[in-house]
Design a protein around this ligand. Structure first.
Ligand code: ZN
Length: 299
């Protein structure tokens, strides 16, 4: 299981290590790929046809969503969904529409048949998840990197098993109620459910911190059939979308970028981006700059 170095510590270490001759701190201002310190992940589960309208809403506001699908249930009727708000009989998305619906969004795993993983054998866990990865890879012709635990069913052991799959991250349903970057990408606690997102909105929009932060929201598009909930998500997207101070990212791209930051090699005189790593971004005197793999930043 990957253990993330807490980002404030990384920034602190950089600040301590990169001192100029006068002893004055020369902290490197690491930023997200678009130059910002703030980021947004919108993560939605189950893959019902309601995802279509939500993906269109995200498109309208320039928001990138991460949509967790149960590939074994696509093209079927969601029996469990009967009698839910507005008495709409839910249907899962069609396999042949995924690439179109999620053209601008991340397609991710939620288990082939939406099984709770606690209580399954390791072999059963891997079957449930690896088949979903394979199915979604074939249907989308994309690399599949992210997952959300069905029913939020996970623990340290389940997360350890998921860490052996090709996935880079897996989301829980346990709210962190903060904007911190995760300690453990296979037990990634979101900030909050989307029913609480408006409560955190103003605090995040007004946040002005030199540290990297993340507002991570999760939910189900089928819950948004409720009129008030629908109005609230519209308001949320209207307020947080199309902003030039927040990086909207899929969970997979976010995890990849943070992994690249953690792989930077630090010495007292320089910071090196190792060969094979991703490009990392920083600001120098306000200007956005990039450090490519194999390059070093001398101080
Ligand atoms: Zn689910």
């Amino acid at each position: 299981m990957t253990k993330a170095l807490p980002f404030p510590f990384l920034v602190l270490i950089l600040g301590l290590l990169l001192m100029d001759c006068s002893g004055k701190s020369a902290e490197i201002d690491l930023v997200y790929p678009d130059g910002n310190h703030k980021a947004l992940i919108m993560s939605y589960d189950d893959g019902l046809a309601d995802d279509i309208a939500l993906a269109q809403l995200f498109d309208h506001y320039g928001i990138i969503g991460t949509f967790h699908l149960n590939s074994g249930l696509l093209d079927t009727r969601a029996i469990w969904n009967e009698g839910k708000p507005n008495e709409f009989l839910g249907t899962y998305l069609s396999k042949d529409t995924l690439v179109h619906v999620f053209k601008n969004h991340e397609i991710a795993v939620h288990g082939t048949y939406h099984k709770a993983l606690i209580g399954l054998s390791d072999e059963e866990i891997l079957e449930e998840i690896n088949v979903d990865i394979e199915n979604l890879s074939i249907l989308s012709d994309r690399k599949i990197s992210s997952m959300a635990y069905a029913f939020g069913s996970t623990n340290d052991h389940v997360a350890e098993v998921i860490g052996t799959t090709p996935l880079t991250n897996a989301r829980t349903v346990k709210s962190s109620h903060n904007f911190d970057l995760p300690q453990d990408y296979y037990l990634w606690n979101p900030t909050c459910h989307d029913s609480e997102a408006l409560e955190y909105l103003e605090a995040y929009l007004s946040l002005n911190s030199p540290s990297l932060s993340l507002f991570y929201v999760w939910g189900h598009s089928w819950e948004l059939r409720d009129t008030l909930r629908n109005q609230n998500i519209l308001k949320f997207c209207h307020e947080i979308g199309d902003r030039d101070d927040i990086w909207s990212s899929g969970a997979g791209d976010f995890a990849d970028y943070h992994a690249s930051l953690k792989a930077l090699e630090l010495s007292t005189k320089q910071m090196t981006n190792p060969v094979g790593n991703g490009i990392v971004y920083y600001r120098e005197k306000g200007q956005l700059k990039s450090l490519h793999p194999g390059q070093s930043l001398l101080r």
